[in-house]
Design a protein around this ligand. Structure first.
Ligand code: ARG
Length: 469
């Protein structure tokens, strides 16, 4: 590292300022500097540099002595970062130049050979890709942890009745286990989307250099393998210009956050005294500073809201990338903050949701009572008329509608209608009909594959346990 004080240039310009004779304006520096956020790429940057240095030595582009010094210096930097003593400095603009400047302080001249056959353009494309790949892996694990929490709760409540809703109106009785398993399906697809995105992004851009490739005899397959990639990217321009790997991960994150927000909303609803379906312990609720009786589901509300930040990340990066000419433009430095923020939000919401799911306790009596309200077994009556009396479904539907109307007039639920009342609608109706009018019988009868019958729910629980084992 040369001492800049003799020249009228800044410390950061030592990296690229050969043709410059004046310092950048303070505002230039202010808008340009990214170390405040891209320091999160430190471990990826060091891994990339180590792989690059090893490859340069292997192909004879640098000496093995220089390589040894570079590796030693990078390890020292790694230790400084772990110890929190690494000097992150604004004047070196970004993580790449901060590492290189520190390396120069530590090992002197050989540090200058590390950037052979490399540009910050492929370097940042690599670092960011490594970061997003790790984020996908973490998120996939967190989704699976949430699925496990849901499955455990579903198993305990495979036959706990609750109303199934359409239009948020009571529709047909289902079990709480079945309802929770619906989210296991959604989060399973979310996890698969991250795994799928990971497969597509798992190509190394390192060696694309500035944009056109390198005249040095570099081995891109070696660095790709060292960094856990399946292969190097096949077009140097695409390598430094593309961020669709991050967009795809953010799209998957947005969909997962949407699912999370639906579950969060249901927890909020179920927690209200009006529903009274579940209780959350003090661990996942907060009180009010003015209303002593309150117990608020803040964690669920925040999990419901986080989709805003996640989708903002997707929107933000889409707008940054839209219309950018090939290849790299500094606009792309704006890829990181939205991505970091989106994943931070999603990961926290996933962890909190897994905690809430494990914590929540349903009120079986209240749920069962609600499951039978709102004439929720009317479809079962119509199905019985079809099965036992051979009526066409449309006619059975009409007749059942009349039964509901009569029950409403009398202020009773369907199972409480007397046989006399039912026979007035069709004299062939027998008291055998009552066996299908309870919510438990209704749920148990739905034995079709994927249906809400507790046996079917247990089959799906077993299938998922197998998948996740
Ligand atoms: N800090 C930059 C970024 O995040 C690194 C790449 C800079 N490349 C360049 N040609 N200025 O994108």
């Amino acid at each position: 590292m040369t001492d800049d004080s003799s020249k009228n240039t800044s410390a950061g310009q030592a990296m690229w300022g050969g043709r410059f004779s004046a310092k950048p304006a303070d505002l230039m520096q202010a808008i340009n500097v990214s170390i405040g956020f891209d320091r999160r790429l430190a471990s990826q940057d060091l891994a990339g540099s180590k792989a690059h240095a090893a490859m340069l030595a292997a192909v004879g582009a640098i000496s093995s002595e220089d390589e040894a010094q570079i590796q030693h210096g990078l390890s020292t930097i790694e230790a400084e970062m772990a110890a929190g003593t690494f000097p992150f400095r604004d004047e070196y603009e970004d993580i790449h130049m901060n590492v290189e400047a520190r390396l120069a302080e530590l090992i002197g001249e050989p540090s200058g050979r590390l950037h052979t056959a490399r540009s910050r353009n492929d370097q940042v494309a690599l670092d960011f890709r490594l970061w997003v790949r790790e984020a996908c892996d973490r998120t996939e694990l967190q989704l699976k942890a949430l699925q496990r929490a849901l499955i455990a709760k579903a198993e305990a409540h495979a036959d706990t009745l609750m109303p199934g809703f359409t239009h948020l109106q009571p529709a047909q009785p289902v079990t709480f286990g079945h309802h929770l398993m619906a989210y296991v399906e959604m989060f399973g697809r979310d996890a698969a989307r991250f795994a799928d995105a990971r497969t597509r992004m798992n190509e190394s851009p390192l060696g694309a250099a500035a944009l056109a490739g390198s005249p040095f005899p570099i081995d891109r397959h070696q660095t790709a393998a060292a960094l856990g990639f399946d292969r190097p990217t096949a077009n140097s321009l695409d390598s430094v210009a593309s961020r669709d790997f991050a967009l795809e991960a953010l799209a998957a994150a947005s969909i997962a956050a949407t699912h999370l927000s639906r579950l969060a909303e249901e927890i909020v609803l179920w927690m209200t005294p009006q529903f009274g379906f579940i209780k959350l312990s003090d661990a996942f609720t907060t009180g009010s500073s003015i209303m002593p009786q309150k117990k608020n589901p803040d964690a669920a509300e925040l999990a419901r809201a986080k989709v805003g930040r996640v989708l903002a990340g997707f929107t933000s990066l889409t707008v940054v990338m839209k219309g950018l000419p090939l290849t790299y433009s500094k606009d792309m430095q704006e890829d990181k903050v939205p991505t970091f923020e989106a994943f931070d939000s999603l990961e926290l919401a996933l962890l909190a949701m897994a905690g809430m799911v494990a914590d929540l306790e349903p009120n079986r009596e209240k749920m069962a009572a609600a499951a039978g309200s709102g004439y929720s077994t009317a479809t079962d009556l119509a199905d019985w008329l079809v099965r036992e009396l051979g009526l066409p479904f449309r006619q059975a539907h009409h007749l059942t509608g009349a039964a509901v109307k009569r029950a409403e007039q009398l202020g009773v639920d369907l199972p409480e209608l007397s046989l006399v009342e039912l026979k007035a609608l069709d004299p062939r109706i027998t008291d055998g009909v009552y066996s299908v009018l309870t919510p438990a019988a209704s749920a148990a009868s739905r034995q079709s594959y994927g249906g809400t019958a507790p046996d079917q729910v247990r089959n799906q629980i077993a299938r998922w346990k197998e998948i996740l084992s």
